[in-house]
Every structure is written in structure tokens, then in C-alpha cells.
Write a protein that binds this ligand. Structure first.
Ligand code: SAM
Length: 245
């Protein structure tokens, strides 16, 4: 039986690849990559030649079977996405689950993931946080998810594409109110920037400054007053149910 190695890659700065990931790239039989054209650039930079197999959102179920068969036949495989940790808003989740079910030895190597940098330098509480990933393409999807989490008192982390950033900020403000927020842009890259302000000010800021590059939004969790509001509502509901019974 072979081994699957989940290998995080840089989210911008090529120096952020670990010695262990480089060694695993050298040792494995095959690298399963989200975009082989992207991964080949990293491999060329590292002067490593390896067979690559494309494993992405649209072929993952078909390729999963090939990868599982290869692992069962003793091949060692590295799994990489375009940037950061595979399986975090990137392909990998299903393959990893399957390896666990099939008792295939699997290791996750530590390394870059945009959410960690964004929350650590957000200026918001890092004691407890919740990763929400992408909220969704449509307003309906975003608002419906935000309604479900509006009373969560943990710091909340969202990934967002630049062309949706303004609308997403408006939706978060409409559902959560004027909480503190940090927009982490182009992490580890030349134009890395942290923009920390209230949601209402951030909406105004991005009216003047068109969002460019990659973003992580980190939003303050629900404050005590908001939690009290839900506890009060729940208690009224309980009392009403009691009366009906
Ligand atoms: N697997 C990746 C990880 O571990 O962070 C995430 C991949 S997801 C497809 C891409 C999203 O991650 C971007 O839209 C952005 O929200 C965030 N992201 C990735 N790299 C980033 C960077 N250098 N700066 C800011 N956000 C980044």
C-alpha cells in the first residue's frame, strides 16, 4: 500500500514552501495537482521532475478512483492545490475521506493557508474562530448563510473573490450590523495589506478603491447584546410552547 501526502504550497511567496514538502515532492511517484500548469512552475523552480496528474473540481470523482488504485498498488502520491492547503476551499476533501475509509496511510504536511495569516493579524480575537470559506455566488446564498451564523460569538473568516467583495461586505453589514472587520489582501505578496475598520467604513473605502487581488475577510463575532437578543427570543418561544402544552 502506498501513502498519500497532503502538501501545502505557497499562497504568494515561493519561499514559503517547507523542506519537508520539497523532500516529499522528490520522493513520491506522482503528484496529483489542481492545475498541472501551475504546479509545474513550482516544480521547475525547485528543479524537480515528476509525473503529474490533474485532479480538480470537475474531474475529481473520476480521477479519485485512479488515485486510489495507484495508492493500493503501492504508489506514493503528493496532493497539491494551486495555493495553500489542499482540502481548504480547494479539491482534496473527497479523496482524503476515501483514503481514511480505505485505511490508506495519509499524512498532512504543515504549511501555508491564507486563513491563518488573515486571522492572526486581524487584530480581532484569535482565541476562538470559525472558518466559513466562500459565502456563495448569489446574494440569496450569502444572506441565508449569514442569517445562520449571525449570533456566533467567534471571530468569522470568509474567503472572497475581488469582484464580489463589495457586495459581500454589504450583505455582511446588512445581516450583522456595524462590526469590526479586517480585509487581508495579497498575503505574502508584494502588495500585502491589512485594512482594519468597521464594516460601514469598509464599504465606503471600497467604493473609492476598487478591490484588486486576493482577499480574506475577518469579522468580529456577535457581541453580548446580540447574544442576549437571541437568548431572550428563545426564552419567549419556550414560554409560549409551555403555554400551548
Ligand atoms: N487552499 C487555499 C488556502 O489554504 O488558503 C485557499 C484556496 S481558495 C480557492 C482561494 C481563496 O483563498 C482566495 O479567493 C482568497 O480568498 C484566499 N487566498 C488565497 N491566497 C491568498 C492570498 N495570498 N491573500 C489573500 N487571500 C488569499
Amino acid at each position: 500500500m502506498g501513502t498519500l501526502y497532503i502538501c501545502p504550497t505557497p499562497i504568494g511567496n515561493l519561499e514559503d514552501i517547507t523542506l519537508r514538502v520539497i523532500r516529499i515532492f522528490q520522493e513520491v511517484d506522482l503528484i496529483a495537482a489542481e492545475d498541472t500548469r501551475h504546479t509545474i512552475k513550482i516544480l521547475n523552480h525547485l528543479k524537480i521532475e515528476k509525473p503529474l496528474l490533474s485532479y480538480h473540481e470537475h474531474n475529481k470523482f473520476k480521477v479519485e478512483q485512479t488515485l486510489i488504485s495507484k495508492l493500493k498498488n503501492g504508489k506514493n502520491i503528493a496532493l497539491v492545490s494551486d495555493a495553500g492547503m489542499p482540502g481548504i476551499s480547494d479539491p482534496g476533501e473527497e479523496l482524503i475521506k476515501r483514503c481514511i475509509e480505505e485505511n490508506i496511510e495519509t499524512y498532512c504536511l504543515p504549511g501555508p493557508s491564507a486563513l491563518i495569516n488573515a486571522v492572526v493579524l486581524s487584530g480581532l480575537s484569535t482565541r476562538r474562530f470559525s472558518f466559513e470559506g466562500f459565502l456563495g455566488k448569489s446574494k440569496k446564498e450569502r444572506v441565508s448563510r449569514l442569517e445562520k451564523i449571525k449570533y456566533d460569538d467567534r471571530t468569522l473568516i470568509f474567503y472572497e473573490a475581488p469582484h464580489r467583495l463589495k457586495n459581500t461586505l454589504k450583505d455582511i453589514y446588512a445581516v450583522f450590523g456595524d462590526r469590526k472587520c479586517s480585509a487581508a489582501r495579497e498575503l505574502t505578496k508584494k502588495f500585502e495589506e491589512y485594512n482594519r475598520m468597521n464594516l460601514s467604513d469598509m464599504i465606503e473605502y471600497y467604493k473609492e478603491n476598487n478591490p484588486r487581488g486576493e482577499f480574506v475577510l475577518v469579522v468580529e463575532g456577535a457581541l453580548n447584546e446580540e447574544k442576549n437578543e437571541i437568548e431572550f427570543t428563545v426564552s419567549i418561544k419556550d414560554q409560549l410552547n409551555e403555554l400551548i402544552r
